[in-house]
Structures are given as C-alpha cells and as structure tokens.
Write a new protein. Structure first.
Length: 101
C-alpha cells in the first residue's frame, strides 16, 4: 500500500509490530537512512528474495528507497513472499522530513 509521507510516518510511529526496510544500495544507505532501518538492496535480485525470506513475515513492513519506485517493487515482491502488510513511502527518502542518520 502506498502511503504519503505523513501517513507513513504516523502509522510507523504507532505500530508495535513494525519492521523498517531500506531497499537502496549499501552505498546509499551509508550516506543517509532512517534510524532503525534494515538495508536489503532490491537490486540483489534472488539475493533480495533469500534475505527477505529469513525475516518475520508477520511484521508490518515499512519500505522506502530514494524516491519510492524501488520500494513499490519491493512491496510487490514482499507480498508474493507472504508478507501481508507492506507500506511504501511515496517520495522516498528524498521527501523525508523525519529523522535520519
């Protein structure tokens, strides 16, 4: 599900079952990321699938990338792998006004 910056931030903040996933490259992640995020690069292809398969699929996945395109694709893949709740950050970290590190 695509959420606006405000909706995504508010929902994430109030979700006790949230898992924060950054699907950008490790280099992008090193530059800047949202605190608490796990980085799994969607460009790894099958490697992305293997790593995601190890995660707790009962979590609510809050997914972001640079602008929202890769994370939208990642949400589709997560859904196919059995994750029921995925939330894509529209505008990605480019539009993010929240905390970063």
């Amino acid at each position: 599900m695509n959420l606006s910056q405000e909706e995504w931030a508010e929902q994430f903040k109030n979700d006790d079952n949230a898992f924060l996933l950054d699907v950008r490259t490790p280099e992008e992640f090193e530059e800047v990321h949202i605190p608490g995020a796990t980085n799994i690069d969607i460009h790894k292809g099958q490697g992305f699938v293997y790593e995601v398969d190890e995660l707790d699929k009962s979590k609510n996945f809050y997914v972001y990338c640079r602008s929202g395109a890769r994370s939208a694709k990642a949400c589709e893949v997560l859904n196919q792998l059995g994750v029921a709740n995925t939330y894509n950050l529209l505008g990605g970290i480019l539009d993010w006004k929240g905390e970063t590190e």
